[in-house]
Design a protein around this ligand. Structure first.
Ligand code: ATP
Length: 305
């Protein structure tokens, strides 16, 4: 089957800054894929290029069989977009807004895919039935985000882009939102590409995770797959002569035996921990923020290979 999204050697430069330096990945029909990476890694830039809202510097991109930079109105009707922030319509009600926006999709209805969504059903899907006739200004942050999603899917898109959809959510709202997204993928077969900088969210939501760092994809697998690749290594930490040390080693038992043989009673606070994906990702984020993105990206790619 043809991938829904194909990205090859995608590059983006803002002025003198190279933000994307050769991004490559595919997304297949029906997949929920998460683009994960530290703040400023280029997730929004990538997704906006795929949405056709930003013109790339170089590389090949195909989304639903077209180049988003030159795609037509039919193509736009087949995609749904939930941006990081959405213009407000405070005096409108959710029902009125969705009915109005849904009307634009009616000409793009096909026998296989009736457009737009039935508005009552859509309100129910996103959990806004009780609030359908309240002014948008009176909705909470989480409720507004649900409305954003409803706006993104009112045209029953084949492919949905979500940019940091749960930023600012409390844990309960976050869980409900995850259920909503998974339900959409299941019930409608919608292909979903979302961005997040939260590994936990990627784990809950995604069939597959693409880790973006230092301008390229440094890992592409399920969260379980990435975790399994890390299982070989263990972190050994200890204090000797008043100094704290740590080492990543494949055979912790042999390492500790040798350490005790060599240093004996001088070793204190000995600790052995299995490296986890969370540790590796946290290290990537910290190093990225400290300005060592390139080295951290290389290390992350190595340990998850
Ligand atoms: N229009 C622009 N002009 C110049 N630089 C930009 C522009 N848009 C983004 N950048 C820079 O490109 C880099 C990537 O930004 P982008 O918003 O794509 O990252 P992100 O991974 O989505 O970050 P976040 O998680 O914080 O949303 C950042 O350093 C940002 O400052």
């Amino acid at each position: 089957m043809e991938p829904v999204v194909t990205v090859r050697d995608l590059r983006m430069r803002y002025g003198a800054a190279d933000v994307l330096t050769g991004v490559e990945f595919d997304v297949s029909a029906g997949e929920v894929v998460c683009l994960l990476g530290p703040n400023g890694a280029g997730k929004t830039t990538t997704i906006e290029i795929l949405e056709g809202f930003r013109i790339r510097s170089a590389g090949d991109v195909s989304v639903l069989g077209q180049d988003p930079a030159h795609a037509d109105e039919d193509w736009r009707a087949r995609t749904g977009v939930v941006l990081q922030s959405w213009r407000d319509h405070p005096r409108w009600t959710p029902r009125r807004l969705l009915t109005q926006l849904g009307g634009y999709f009616a000409p793009y209805s096909t026998p296989e895919r009736q457009r737009p969504h039935d508005i009552d059903l859509l309100l129910e899907t996103v959990g806004l039935t009780q609030l359908a006739d309240r002014k948008i200004a009176t909705l909470s942050g989480g409720q507004r985000r649900r409305l954003d999603v409803a706006v993104g899917i009112v045209g029953r898109p084949e492919l949905l882009f979500l940019d940091e959809p749960t930023a600012g959510f409390d844990p309960q709202a976050r869980r409900e939102f995850h259920d909503l997204v998974r339900g959409l993928a299941r019930a409608e077969g919608t292909t979903i590409l979302l961005t997040t900088h939260d590994l936990d969210e990627a784990e809950k939501l995604a069939d597959r995770v693409l880790v973006l760092a230092a301008g390229r994809i440094v890992a592409d697998d399920t969260v379980d797959g990435l975790s399994r690749r890390l299982e070989g290594e263990a972190q050994v930490r200890w204090t000797a002569s008043g100094e704290r040390h740590h080492e990543s080693v494949p055979d912790a038992t042999a390492f500790v035996r040798q350490l005790l043989d060599e240093l004996g009673a001088d070793v204190h606070d000995l600790e052995v921990r299995r490296a986890s994906l969370e540790d590796a990702y946290l290290a990537l984020v910290q190093q990225h923020e400290a300005g060592h993105g390139e080295a951290a990206a290389r290390l992350f790619a190595e340990v998850t290979r």
